[in-house]
Design a protein around this ligand. Structure first.
Ligand SMILES: [Zn+2]
Length: 416
């Protein structure tokens, strides 16, 4: 039987067209059409290296967006494993990941490579601590915060200010999303580290909708750092998504703003960056209430800031961290003497998640079991782990000798 197309080799596989490698022009054509990015911006993104600290809800969403946008190298840092309760908001994970308790950094790498195999993804299944932060973050162009605790954010802030590396804070809790760009002030003099060299544009980009070239500043104008706005981590128990709940839409808004700011920076347009601590409450119906949207100026560094003003890096030196010790063969103790706990209030807060809650739907599995407290201590069980909390903020987690597992349980239910 003659071929329909006499020029085609008769043995050609009719599905061959589907196996043609996907090229960059195929993949990024619609993004390159956007005048703020263009071909030059796309080229810069391919040469960029971004670290994402925390690959939970915000981190997974930001990693997905950056990978699809074509950022050439992503370092993904997370100490945690995928659980079923992650699936409603953590966009890179599926049921198989949760059933296998796959580490989030590795699960994210596998998913990303399914939709963009042309970039590099470096997973790190570790807790970011002062001892490893230089190894993990040195050389990156930008750090994205997607953690769930201020302890790690202040550590990132110390590192970023010391090395003049830009970073972007992001947080989501309940229906609220917040972000802030931190462009550290370079050191004034001496043999201190020089600012991170961002990929440099070869063409002057145009603002969207404009044909006029935009003059580029030589470098970014420094903003406030995290410690300028928050000289100390919040005192007392901090609500987390495990105690206050969270909407996946708030997560995705925080990630969308964070990644958009990242794209501006990585394409050499720091003058377009927001210079405020920006927060949205997606549950409030109108802007006129004044509650749904707020911006706090972060335009300039505070000259009295201990971190960016006086260059004292207490968190990098390990001074801001709770003291953690292994005690016995199968338990971890977290000392937080500086933060007393109201045990009765904590009991009330946790009772919503306990199997003793009479309002809990019978089909809803409780997050914690056997919640009990008295004047001296509070105790609950979660799977094989038992957490005992004392009035001075000290906690003992029995059932593990893994500090990361103990810290995760503590951060999720007691606060960071
Ligand atoms: Zn500062």
């Amino acid at each position: 039987m003659p071929s329909a197309n006499p020029t085609s080799p008769p043995e050609q596989n009719p599905t061959a067209v589907a196996t043609r490698p996907i090229t960059d022009p195929d993949r990024y054509s619609r993004q390159v059409l956007f005048p703020g990015i263009g071909a030059a911006g796309q080229h810069l993104l391919a040469g960029a290296h971004v670290a994402i600290v925390g690959v939970g809800a915000t981190g997974a969403a930001s990693a997905s967006l950056l990978a699809r946008a074509g950022v050439g190298t992503l370092s993904l840092i997370d100490r945690d494993f995928v659980e079923p309760s992650n699936l409603h908001r953590q966009v890179l994970f599926d049921e198989a990941d949760a059933l296998a308790s796959l580490p989030k950094a590795e699960a994210a790498r596998r998913k990303i490579l399914l939709f963009n195999s042309s970039i590099r993804v470096l997973p790190h299944v570790v807790d970011l601590v002062p001892a490893n932060i230089h190894d993990l973050l040195s050389g990156v162009h930008l750090v994205l915060d997607a953690t769930d605790n201020f302890e790690t954010r202040f550590l990132i802030n110390d590192f970023a200010v010391q090395g003049t590396v830009p970073w972007i804070y992001a947080a989501a809790i309940g229906a609220t999303a917040a972000t802030m760009n931190i462009l550290p002030r370079p050191p004034r003099s001496g043999n201190l580290p020089q600012p991170t060299r961002l990929p440099q544009p070869s063409h002057v980009p145009h603002l969207p909708g404009s044909q006029e070239p935009v003059p580029l500043p030589d470098a970014w104008q420094p903003t406030a750092c995290l410690a300028c706005l928050f000289p100390a981590p919040p005192a007392g128990p901090v609500e987390t998504c495990d105690t206050a709940g969270i909407l996946s839409t708030a997560v995705n808004l925080a990630a969308s703003i964070q990644v958009t700011e990242a794209l501006k920076l990585l394409t050499g347009q720091p003058h377009l960056l927001r210079r405020t601590l920006l927060s949205f409450d997606l549950w409030q119906p109108t802007l006129s209430s004044g509650l749904s949207h707020s911006e706090v100026s972060a335009t300039a560094p505070d000259p009295d800031c201990l971190v960016c003003g006086h260059r004292i890096f207490a968190h990098l030196a390990g001074e801001g961290r709770p003291h953690i010790t292994l005690c016995g063969r199968n338990s971890v103790q977290i000392h937080e003497h500086h933060r007393p706990v109201d045990l009765a209030a904590m009991h009330l807060r946790l009772s919503r998640h306990a199997d003793t809650n009479p309002k809990m739907h019978p089909d809803t599995p409780a997050d914690i079991q056997d919640l009990r407290s008295n004047d001296l201590l509070l105790r609950f069980r979660r799977g094989p782990l038992t957490l005992t909390l004392f009035g001075d903020g000290r906690a003992v987690i029995q059932g593990t000798s893994d500090i990361a597992v103990a810290r995760t349980l503590y951060a999720r239910f007691i606060g960071s």
